[in-house]
Write a protein that binds this ligand. Structure first.
Ligand code: NDP
Length: 316
């Protein structure tokens, strides 16, 4: 039979085009999405063949929903050969934090805690897969890294000493560092957590399971709906700016092909790696393993984040 990959947030942008590219490689794609009709319509709009995908409900902003998704996936009887953690929210304009049903700030919950729980639960399924090459890939981003051009724009991510997590992460706490609510920083912080999680998964489980854990920055995919919650003028200018000024622009189609390569191609079978094609896109640009930011390569922080996240999602 076909190999199976779960892709979170496959109803739009990078996730949708990765689903398409994986189907083209002959995989079956489980599209893990919060809006089933939207996901179905999206799959059809990019021409994914009917027998190449299944749509399954998940709301990553709810830990109960993540657990329910895992039960539903297991009931399907499919083996799990790869997992892509891709879904994310970016809410640059909100003044007050949104909350998950558990009472946690929603950007960090959706992007990090929900995926952290999902990875931990599905690790068992990946271990059982007879596939010779199982992979777990988590989307990173250049804005996680202030050492890079694309990561220098403030506010910069800063996990502090994880005081917000250590103190329970519920009201009045809104940020992982326990400081004042800043929605753009919440997004960047969550992406640092994504990279730390990938590196800690690698450290804990690669040798014993053989599973390949990796992360990547696919380029600036300026036309995805990720920026749907930004000013309309920003949404218009951002792609043009990335295309003609910074040279960072990548089409959704190309971003999907890049992510699919990291999930399935032999040259990306390297655990613990963070792949990048650089900031400035040139034709036929090659990928390379990039050094992650000082915070994202801090092993002590990775371990502490793991323990605190496990507590918040109810695993410890
Ligand atoms: P989009 O906004 O286009 O897609 C995000 C996806 O996540 C959508 O399918 C959305 O569902 C889903 N999603 C959001 N919240 C939830 C939730 N609570 N439960 C389940 N699914 C949810 O963004 P992109 O494609 O641009 O981003 C995808 C990933 O790529 C992110 O991890 C982002 O950080 C990363 N990335 C993006 C870059 C870019 O330039 N765009 C650059 C670098 C990294 P719905 O369709 O229902 O809204």
């Amino acid at each position: 039979g076909k190999s199976t990959v779960i892709i979170t947030g496959a109803s739009s942008g990078v996730g949708l085009y990765t689903a398409k590219a994986m189907a083209n490689k002959g995989w079956h794609v489980v599209m893990a999405c919060r809006n089933l009709e939207k996901a179905e319509a999206a799959a059809q709009s990019v021409g994914i063949p009917k027998d190449s995908y299944t749509v399954l409900h998940i709301d990553l902003g709810s830990l109960d929903s993540v657990r329910q998704f895992v039960n539903n996936f297991r009931a399907s009887g499919k083996s799990l050969d790869a997992l892509l953690c891709n879904a994310a929210i970016y809410m640059p304009l909100i003044k007050e934090p949104l909350r998950s049903p558990e009472g946690y700030e929603l950007t960090m919950t959706t992007n990090h805690l929900g995926h952290f729980l999902l990875c931990n639960l599905l690790l068992e399924d990946l271990k059982k897969s007879p596939h010779g090459d199982r992979r777990l890939v988590i989307l990173g981003t250049v804005t996680h890294n202030p050492d890079e051009l694309g990561g220098k724009i403030p506010p910069r991510p800063d996990l502090g000493d994880l005081e917000g997590f250590a103190n329970g992460f519920k009201e009045p706490i809104t940020m992982i560092d326990g400081k004042k609510f800043e929605p753009v920083k919440a997004y960047k912080d969550s992406k640092v957590c994504n990279v730390l999680t990938m590196r800690e998964l690698h450290r804990r489980y690669h040798d014993s399971t053989g599973i390949v854990f990796s992360s990547l920055y696919p380029g600036c995919v300026a036309e995805t709906p990720l920026f749907r919650n930004h000013y309309p003028l920003f949404q218009k200018i951002f792609p043009i700016f990335q295309k003609y000024i910074t040279g960072g622009y990548v089409s959704q189609e190309l971003s999907g092909e890049r992510v699919a390569s990291v999930i399935a191609d032999p040259e990306y079978k390297q655990s613990g790696a963070y792949w990048s094609w650089g900031n400035r896109q040139k034709k036929d640009r090659q990928s390379f393993v990039q050094k992650v930011s000082p915070q994202a390569r801090d092993d002590e922080k990775a371990e502490k984040l793991w323990d605190l996240s496990a507590k918040l999602v109810g695993l410890a």
